[in-house]
Design a protein around this ligand. Structure first.
Ligand code: SF4
Ligand code: SF4
Ligand code: SF4
Length: 325
């Protein structure tokens, strides 16, 4: 038996035992943290001013982006080790009408979604990624990080960024402005990006209140006037009136991959905004369920051995038939 066939047979035998035997069970998705906080990004309110990008850099002590030799605070095109929040642009055709799919344009925020059941936390072998059990904020802790980059692979939104240009590079991502030395949320402040946003396109608050606000907007009639809050949804800095757009009836993050604490709503379908296709199960719930089952039954060595024994037996039988003995 060739080596490749041997491995295929061994793995096939193992998978058969694993699945047929019903050993692999997924755990349920985690529930939102009891006092979960997050943000609501309403793409229809975003004017692309990028005040949030500059403020994020200021709050987090990140350097400016250098473009054509010039340092610029709001010109980052993508997330990186130096940029934790970017505003991307969708355009189609002539790109002339805001929030229209055809010949239109729109803005979309990219930063950590602060998943309810985060893949990065589950994949990190040394608890350098942590989900706060009370607020649900997902933070990275460089003192515990070994730079394995598992979190980068496990994140469905490509959020964690590694500093490849440094000898001792580190992982960076949005910490919802609540990491050591910043702690805006613990001090009762809102996130830097929500504070800087002039239109309320980035709104801070509890996940519960933000979800209720998003649902309220879904139920509005297009063309009516609505008073949009700015700052913290629970105690807005100000309100401003604006005509209601034609929203997609979809609150991104209500259920995707177990839900997120940062929610998005938009007039443009999310697949056109390059959001990943995700079901309602979190990857962490599936992978941790399988691992837990394997380790709790100490099944992994037994399964591997069973697969190998089956392959060896098949090999021996085949050789016997070939000999005519
Ligand atoms: S978006 Fe990515 S980095 Fe942020 S919590 Fe979710 S899995 Fe982790
Ligand atoms: S919450 Fe803070 S770190 Fe995250 S994107 Fe906003 S300003 Fe940046
Ligand atoms: S500050 Fe607000 S309006 Fe300006 S780009 Fe950021 S989210 Fe959009």
């Amino acid at each position: 038996m060739k080596r490749r066939e041997f491995l295929k047979t061994a793995l096939g035998g193992s998978a058969g035992v694993l699945c047929g035997g019903g050993l692999a069970e997924a755990r349920p998705n985690l529930e939102p943290a009891p006092e979960a906080v997050g943000m609501l990004f309403d793409a229809t309110l975003c004017v692309g001013c990028k005040a949030c990008v500059a403020k994020c850099k200021e709050v987090n002590g990140m350097p400016p982006t250098v473009l054509n030799g010039e340092p610029q605070w709001d010109s980052a095109q993508d997330l990186s080790g130096e940029t934790l929040n970017v505003i991307k642009i969708y355009t189609e055709g002539k790109g002339s009408t805001k929030d229209m799919v055809k010949d239109g344009f729109a803005f979309e925020k990219r930063s950590c979604m602060h998943c309810v059941d985060p893949g990065c936390v589950s994949a990190c072998p040394c608890t350098a990624m942590r989900r706060d059990p009370i607020t649900g904020i997902v933070t990275h802790h460089p003192d515990a990080c070994i730079g394995c980059r598992n979190c980068m692979v496990a994140c469905p939104y490509n959020v964690p960024q590694f500093e490849y240009n440094k000898v001792f590079g580190q992982i960076h991502k949005c910490q919802l402005c609540n990491q050591a030395g910043v702690e805006r949320i613990d001090k009762g402040q809102m996130t830097g990006c929500a504070e800087a946003c002039p239109t309320g396109a980035t709104l801070f608050g509890s996940r519960k209140a933000l979800l209720a606000e998003a649902k309220r907007r879904m139920a509005l009639k297009a063309g009516d006037t609505y008073s949009y809050p700015r700052g913290d949804v629970r105690k807005p800095d100000s309100m401003h009136e604006k005509k209601v757009p034609v929203y997609q009836q979809h609150i991104w993050g209500e259920t995707e991959a177990g839900g997120t604490n940062v929610l998005h709503i938009s007039a443009i379908p999310f697949d056109k905004l390059d959001m990943p296709p995700l079901g309602s199960r979190s990857a962490a719930s599936i992978s941790e369920g399988v691992q837990h089952t394997l380790y709790s039954y100490l099944a992994l060595p037994a399964i591997a051995l069973a697969g190998l024994a089956f392959a060896v037996k098949k090999n021996t039988d085949d050789e016997g038939e070939g000999d005519g003995s």
